[in-house]
Design a protein around this ligand. Structure first.
Ligand code: GAP
Length: 515
């Protein structure tokens, strides 16, 4: 059986071969941790964004959307804390000259203990078969108990060092646990240093006195600085939310795992403004709403879990991640944070403006508290493609690669295929396509055998293929092939629209969320 690592490599190759994701500026050998989305990827990405936007702004009538600029006044980032505190703790290996995130090295150590425990459980499950009592085994097996104790001790030490911002202690953990550099194999480490993740550039010409500005590392600040603009012009009443989709930039040092950790990426963020003291109620509400959003895609409920933060960001009083089971383990796809009144109060202080909200029901003014939901478009893309990818063995020794994408997100909804390139079949196929193209992303394909054409559509996740044959000309029926079951049914041309719409209309998924 192929390892998860092999499957991940194949997935990356597949994304390139079928026009989903290309390395950026590839003709110049690419740029690390920067990617371009191709003709299929751009469609899939747009569909993900539309799903998020409509779920947030249509289903919640107190959430409105904006589109703020990437460049912002530099004081924004002083006020938000990013100039002083948006850092990664880095450590270099003197022999390989490679740089690592100290926290990632330690997280990998913690994960090793977890792996040992899981392997022990797997072995025992095989050995004992149906009689196996997993809970009891986890509680009593001496090797598991020992590894859990070691893991918990390390984890507690790590969490404390992070929370205290104790860089010496982070280094000491790496020394004590004898972490070696994967490249040089040595333990010759430098001290741990903080490294700011923001990209800086200049605005205006040097002669005018250019101003140093940053590429935004999160879209959220564009929402905070517009809080009063939107509240006043939209006559919004607390509680209400402002949503936004846009690019963000971080100078990630450990840039790995394809589009999981990029230097230029896209976020879908919402800030929900609430009365002080009501933030935990809304934190719970948005946690559940956002998990439902993910699960409604039908990729498998067991692939998601919440993970509460060990270290809270400088602005948060509660935070959790929604993690997804990627080919390289459970990883964060979305963060849900209770950001208190940190950002608005800080902008009030730095700008000298009054950013308070007058609550007519309470007859008092206050700085609202904020619940944030922040999800990466690229990570969501990766989770969906990874969960959809299957190398399937078929009867008769044949095989296919199929992307079981949620039909509502599939880049192409329907392929129209004349069985042969003659006898008026291409003309009939074009006629059908010309009707469907106003409602669905449709492609026309007449090249190669019908089997090969089906495989091409399977590989990009097209949920339906319509084949036009000689019978079509006689009785106005076509065959409709289902991507997942490969079953074909004979359908009247007049009924195609309804059949496809039932599966690909976003309304059906949104309804699941609105219930
Ligand atoms: N405004 C809060 C914020 O930015 P975050 O946890 O740093 O919080 C939110 O980021 C989401 O943005 C993450 O859950 C992830 O999906 C995405 N994200 C963050 N850094 C990323 C990167 N380097 N590459 C791709 N996606 C990233």
């Amino acid at each position: 059986m192929a390892s998860q690592e092999d499957i991940f490599k194949k997935l990356i190759a597949h994304c390139k071969e079928y026009g989903f994701v290309f390395p950026s500026s590839e003709i110049y050998d690419g740029l690390a941790a920067v990617y371009d989305y191709g003709q299929m990827g751009a469609e899939l990405k747009n569909n993900i964004k539309r799903y998020w936007w409509e779920a947030m702004t249509l289903l919640n009538d107190n959430v409105v959307g904006i589109d703020a600029a990437i460049f912002m006044h530099p004081t924004t980032w002083k006020a938000s804390g990013h100039v002083d505190a948006f850092n990664d703790p880095l450590i270099d290996n003197r022999d390989s000259k490679k740089r690592y995130r100290a926290d990632v090295l330690i997280e990998e150590l913690v994960a090793k203990f977890d792996d040992k425990i899981e392997k022990e459980v797997e072995k025992a499950a095989k050995r004992f078969g149906e009689k196996f009592d997993e809970d009891l085994f986890r509680q009593t097996n001496p090797r598991i108990v020992e590894n859990r104790e070691k893991r918990d001790t390390l984890h507690a030490r790590f969490a404390k060092a992070l929370n205290d911002n104790d860089l010496d202690e982070l280094k000491q953990i790496i020394v004590d646990y004898e972490v070696v550099c994967p490249v040089s194999g040595t333990k010759n480490w430098t001290d741990v240093r903080q490294f700011n993740l923001m990209f800086a550039t200049e605005i205006g010409s040097t002669a005018d006195g250019a101003m140093k500005i940053y590429l935004r590392p999160e879209t959220a600040q564009g929402i905070f600085v517009n809080f009063l603009n939107v509240q006043k012009t939209g006559r919004m009443k607390v509680p209400f939310g402002i949503a936004q989709i846009g690019k963000a930039f971080r100078n990630e040092i450990v840039a790995r795992q394809f589009i999981f950790r990029m230097r230029e990426f896209e976020q879908m963020e919402m800030q929900f403004f609430v009365r002080p003291g009501e933030e935990m109620k809304w934190f719970e509400y948005w946690k559940q709403f956002r998990l439902k959003w993910h699960k409604a895609l039908g990729l498998g409920d067991h692939k998601y879990r919440f993970h509460d933060h060990d270290k809270l960001a400088h602005y948060a009083n509660a935070a959790t991640d929604i993690e997804f089971e990627m080919p390289f383990g459970f990883k964060e796809v979305e963060g849900i944070h209770s950001r208190t009144d940190f950002d608005l109060s800080s902008h009030e202080k730095f700008s000298g403006r009054n950013i308070k909200y007058f609550d007519p029901e309470l007859n008092e003014s206050y700085v609202p508290y904020v619940i944030e939901t922040s999800i990466g478009v690229d990570r969501t893309f990766l989770s969906i493609v990874a969960a959809s990818y299957e190398e399937q063995a078929l009867e008769g020794g044949d095989s296919r690669v199929v992307l079981h994408l949620p039909p509502v997100l599939a880049p192409v909804k329907v392929a129209v295929l004349p069985l042969v390139k003659k006898d008026g079949l291409p003309e009939k196929a074009r006629e059908i396509m010309n009707e469907l193209k106003f409602d669905f992303k449709t492609v026309y394909d007449e090249k190669d055998s019908i089997g090969k054409r089906y495989r091409r559509q399977d590989a990009i996740g097209t949920p339906f293929c319509i084949t036009i044959d000689h019978q079509t000309l006689d009785d106005q029926t076509v065959t409709v092939r289902n991507r997942d079951t490969m079953e074909q049914q004979r359908v009247k041309i007049a009924e195609i629209y309804k059949l496809i719409d039932k599966e690909v209309n976003l309304r059906n998924v949104l309804k699941k969320l609105g219930e």
